[in-house]
Design a protein around this ligand. Structure first.
Ligand code: EPU
Length: 419
């Protein structure tokens, strides 16, 4: 199993480019199922999760062409096999995003239940409830969701019980080909949802209100092909900004979208960092020890759960004490005991709040990655620590960070991948 060896204590300095967003690319690839014409995506990050999604579409019968330089063309002329198997869905929950498009275009889909994962139970009841409201007949048997509808799905009003990011995306895609108008209430406002809506509009969909809590979709009989550029990965950008602040560094990230990172930049400013923004870049400069900042995760535009672990690592070496409260996932603190192995002082208050007592120094140690964002927090802690940190199971990182070592080395970090 591959490991990342980090010689920490080096101030990160320099410029890197943002990659395309994993959580935008995955639903966009699924959207190719909505049309028989090709969907050409650019700025697609080379990541394990993207490879899994492309493999899933290939397995369903779509043609997938890697055109190089981050461009991928997917064409789903016919999909003879509408079954997404357990073997693929279990490795990546976002595979469940094929359900809405398959059902909307072919009137049938069979998709494995994703099950739980390291960060929590993560049910899909809201996806199913919404599709049922649109006229689908749904059965859950032997671990598979079987969904059918006679003719087209019917437009409906769907009120989500909680804000669900991929739930909103699944319903948004399904509604584009429905008969009549669908209104999604309490919808996710994440930038990746807006990016998906932009691409669907380019394919001929009629969507308004994306980026707000009410999205209205007027169904059309067919969609066509399109070319679409995946937005920059706000979580990747945020991760490098926090890594820079934790090492008292000075880093600029080009190709970023500052408007998608407001909560993160506001928190970085609270730590005492200078954050500057241009139209498509963000820079951070941290000349001294950061100040501790309280964090409470919330759906967008609140503070993103995908940045909680990284800020926890930053707080570990900050001046003062911080409360970090996770409200989205029930088990997203697996990084805490690992960061404590570096000499941090973090304990819990109840199940969902970590109290981080900042220490002056962390010291390198062997650590184990447990999920994607937890892994990136261990890397940040390792970069800030003195001595050598070995992060095991970095396949988690490869799911969501493109060329992590290259980018860190470009900023002066001393990191090696051990095979
Ligand atoms: N939920 C339900 N029922 C549902 C759907 C969601 O109870 O039918 C609950 C979940 O259990 C959770 C909350 O609602 O407690 C929010 O979950 P959501 O559905 O929004 O999460 P997701 O769509 O499965 C996406 C991202 C995650 C990110 C979350 C929150 C993708 C592919 N994944 O997951 O990204 O943390 O939204 O913003 O877009 C990551 O990139 O590391 C990652 C985990």
């Amino acid at each position: 199993m591959q490991q990342l060896e980090i010689d920490g204590g080096v101030r990160l300095e320099g410029r890197i480019d943002a990659s395309g967003a994993k959580n935008a690319a995955l639903p966009l690839i699924a959207a190719a199922l909505l049309t028989e014409e090709p969907l050409r995506l650019s700025n697609v990050p080379r990541l394990q999760d993207v490879a899994t999604m492309l493999k899933l579409l290939g397995g369903l019968g779509a043609s997938v062409e890697d055109e190089g330089h981050g461009c991928v063309a997917v064409r789903a002329i016919d999909i003879p096999n509408q079954r997404a198997p357990y073997e693929l869905v279990k490795t990546m929950r976002a595979s469940f995003l094929v359900l809405g498009p398959l059902l909307a275009r072919f009137g049938a889909a069979e998709v494995s239940l994703p099950g739980g994962c390291a960060i929590g139970a993560r049910p899909v009841d809201q996806h199913l409830k919404g599709l049922e409201a649109m006229g689908a007949e749904i059965e859950v048997q032997e671990g598979y969701v079987t969904a059918r509808c006679d003719g087209r799905l019917q437009g409906a009003t769907v009120v989500f019980d909680m804000v669900t990011h991929t739930g909103t995306e699944n319903l948004l895609m399904a509604a584009t080909l429905a008969d009549g108008t669908t209104v999604l209430e309490n919808a996710a406002r994440e930038p990746e949802v807006v990016d998906l809506a932009d691409c669907l509009r380019a394919m001929g969909a009629k969507i308004t209100g994306d980026g707000t809590a009410t999205i209205t979709i007027e169904g059309v009989p067919t969609l066509g092909g399109a070319a679409h550029r995946v937005i920059a990965d706000r979580v990747e950008v945020g991760t490098y900004l926090v890594a820079a602040a934790a090492t008292r560094g000075s880093v600029r990230i080009d190709g970023a979208r500052p408007g998608t990172l407001e909560a993160v930049c506001a928190k970085l400013r609270e730590t005492g960092a200078t954050v500057e923004e241009g139209e498509d870049w963000i820079s951070v400069d941290m000349p001294h020890r950061p100040a501790a900042v309280d964090i409470r995760t919330a759906p967008h535009p609140g503070f993103p759960t995908d940045m909680q672990a990284q800020f926890l690592a930053l707080n570990a070496i900050a001046e003062g004490t911080a409360r970090v409260t996770e409200t989205i996932f029930e088990n997203r603190f697996m990084h805490v005991q690992e960061i404590n192995r570096l000499g941090a002082h973090i304990d819990f208050e109840g199940g969902n709040t970590a109290i981080v007592h900042g220490v002056e120094e962390l010291h390198g140690a062997p650590l184990m990655a447990t999920d994607l964002r937890a892994s990136s927090s261990l890397v940040i802690a390792g970069l800030a620590a003195t001595g050598t940190t070995l992060v095991d199971r970095i396949y988690h990182i490869d799911r969501g960070y493109e060329r992590l070592e290259d980018k860190l080395r470009a900023l002066g970090a001393i990191v090696r991948r051990l095979k």
